[in-house]
Design a protein around this ligand. Structure first.
Ligand code: GDP
Ligand code: MG
Length: 570
């Protein structure tokens, strides 16, 4: 393929607006996959993605398409829509020259549409707006067109109106990709310069690096060097993603594909790294800012005897997801474990689910927290900690007030789009969460876009739920209300025991809320009259098995659900 006939593009959208469905149609139209009724989110390979209907890891597919007698190679990179995974989005975009910005014709522009638009805009990519789901009864593509013009300053005649579900106008999308997105600017005669924009780990083949070639050619057998580690590797395999790996002899500048070169873990194929040929060093491409974990939680094996299994599962999974940070930790109640850092709550849940599904591990996760900083108050302390500012990722290690002149917390700039009848309520909610308003604008006759600076801690767990419900009032005294709510949830979720359980919430040593779980024992034999011993044994055995599903702490058993409910309460 001459470079003129290559297009590298990505699909970006708010979650559920139809990226994966559009990707399926594009794969079908180009004959990359057969057209059957079963093509649903083909690029979403992970089980957790299929179950949750979300995309977690960006996937790549090379499509061949004939337009006006010319054969084109279109490299499509699917991206996750959720804010937790926006680091994946920016990575994918660095390998592209253009994007399809998909907007639901019914819902219109949403917060993540705005965030993703700006990622593409800042990367100076060509942006093709695609209004999807025009088949829906309440679809209003004209209104969405106007929103796009108002918020993004894109003329409305540039919008392509489609139904990804039915396939309507999808062909036009492919034509626009060819007409409106420029080919990559690359030089095949120059020495190899390849960007690693993603990497995965395969148990048998080692690291599979997804690469975009900016310059040169790479073939099987070549000796390559990582600009980051300066380590040298021999290339065992190169190929394109179709969307499954398909080996080729070479990869040329302008192409996107994969490369296997005996790298043992993902840290050797750092995302954002540049690969070049041995003895032909090049100026490395600008790397990416590494994703910073913003939500921390303790993770413990249910049973300490499971510690080593869990350890190896966590190691394997972090090899695949380098955005998770791991510190050893231990707790009086839960034993030895780790404190893990995630990009957000969904990221944490997805990680947990992948541990269970892909590694068969079961764990206890503690309430997530955000990192704080404390500015130390005396020279003596600064000497002791060897720093003026300390970062605290574990609430148990929060330094005493007397040691600190100032606490700092992470803040985020949030975008909220709401029908204007709720503007007042949304603003009250934001104020109750200590947010500071930065901007407000009507994006059409009755929708408002608000921008706020939020303390991350105020929104990390349940802000979205509150925003969605906006029904009940918000308590002022947060410590008491949070403490009480957690105790109540625990009381509801804990199975009764033969003895009474006191559930208490404390700030430091001060108890601020208390609930009691009354003593009780479920008598599974209550309805079993007479002397059928085998039936009794069966019932008791079933009860014992039920108990296995509970997670033990000290001498009471806490069902996993209770943990999750507590996480959700604030
Ligand atoms: P993603 O989160 O952006 O990848 O969205 P998906 O492709 O997973 O789609 C989300 C939901 O919208 C799925 O239930 C799709 O079947 C549905 N959907 C996608 N495109 C269309 C469309 O054109 N029309 C209708 N009616 N539904 C669609
Ligand atoms: Mg998807």
């Amino acid at each position: 393929f001459s470079v003129e006939n290559i297009r590298n593009f990505s699909i970006i959208a708010h979650v559920d607006h139809g990226k994966s469905t559009l990707a399926d149609r594009l794969l079908e139209l180009t004959g990359t996959i057969d057209k059957t009724k079963n093509n649903k989110q083909v690029l979403d390979k992970l089980q957790v993605e299929r179950e949750r209907g979300i995309t977690v890891k960006a996937q790549t597919a090379s499509l061949f398409y004939n337009c006006e007698g010319k054969q084109y190679l279109l490299n499509l990179i699917d991206t996750p829509g959720h804010v937790d995974f926006s680091y994946e989005v920016s990575r994918s975009l660095s390998a592209c020259q253009g994007v399809l910005l998909v907007v639901d014709a019914n819902e219109g522009i949403q917060a993540q549409t705005v965030a993703n638009f700006f990622l593409a805009f800042e990367a100076q990519l060509s942006i093709i707006p695609v209004i999807n789901k025009v088949d829906l009864k309440n679809a209003d593509p004209e209104r969405v067109e106007k929103q796009i013009e108002k918020v993004f300053d894109i003329p409305s005649d540039e919008c392509i109106k489609i139904s990804a579900k039915l396939g309507t106008n999808v062909e036009r999308v492919l034509q626009a990709v060819i007409k409106r997105i420029p080919p990559p600017k690359v030089h095949r005669k120059n020495p190899l310069k390849a960007l690693v924009f993603d990497s995965t780990f395969d148990q048998y083949r080692g690291v599979i690096a997804n690469v975009a070639l900016f310059d040169g050619v790479v073939s099987k057998g070549d000796k390559i060097v990582s600009a980051h580690t300066k380590k040298t590797y021999e290339v065992n395999e190169v190929g394109v993603l179709n969307p499954n790996e398909q080996p080729t002899h070479k990869l040329y500048a302008g192409q996107v594909g994969y490369l296997i070169a005996g790298m043992k873990d993902v840290t050797e194929a750092q995302i954002g790294d540049t690969l070049y040929l041995h003895k032909q060093p090049v100026e490395p491409l600008p790397g990416f800012k590494s994703a910073k974990p913003m939500v921390f939680a303790g993770m413990y094996p249910i049973d300490q005897s499971e510690y080593n299994n869990l350890k190896s599962a966590v190691e394997k999974l972090t090899i695949n997801d380098s955005s998770v940070t791991v510190h050893r930790d231990s707790s009086l109640a839960l034993g030895a474990g780790w404190r893990l850092g995630f990009l957000g709550l969904l990221h944490m849940e997805v990680f947990n689910q992948r541990l269970e599904q892909e590694y068969n591990a079961s764990v206890i996760l503690t309430t997530p927290t955000v990192p704080y900083k404390a500015v130390l108050s005396s020279a003596k302390l600064i000497k002791e900690y060897r720093e003026k500012e300390i970062t605290i990722i574990n609430p148990a290690q929060f330094p005493d007030k007397s040691k600190v002149t100032e606490y700092l917390e992470p803040v985020v700039l949030g975008t909220i789009i709401t029908p204007d009848e709720y503007t007042g309520k949304v603003m009250m909610l934001c104020q109750a969460r200590r947010a500071v308003q930065k901007n407000m604008m009507y994006i059409d006759q009755n929708r408002v876009m608000l921008k706020y600076l939020f303390p991350l801690n105020e929104i990390v767990v349940d802000f979205y739920d509150s925003l969605k419900s906006l029904s009940s009032g918000y308590a002022r005294d947060k410590a008491h209300s949070v403490g009480k709510a957690v105790c109540e949830r625990l009381k509801e979720s804990l199975p009764r025991q033969l003895f009474e359980i006191a559930v208490q919430a404390a700030v430091g040593s001060k108890i601020i809320a208390r609930e009691t779980v009354k003593a009780y024992r479920k008598n599974v034999l209550a309805k079993c009259y007479g002397g059928d011993i085998t039936r009794k044994m069966k019932l008791l055995k079933r009860q014992a098995e039920g108990k296995k599903k509970l997670r033990k702490i000290g001498n009471i058993e806490v069902p996993k659900d209770a943990f999750i409910k507590v996480l959700r309460t604030q």
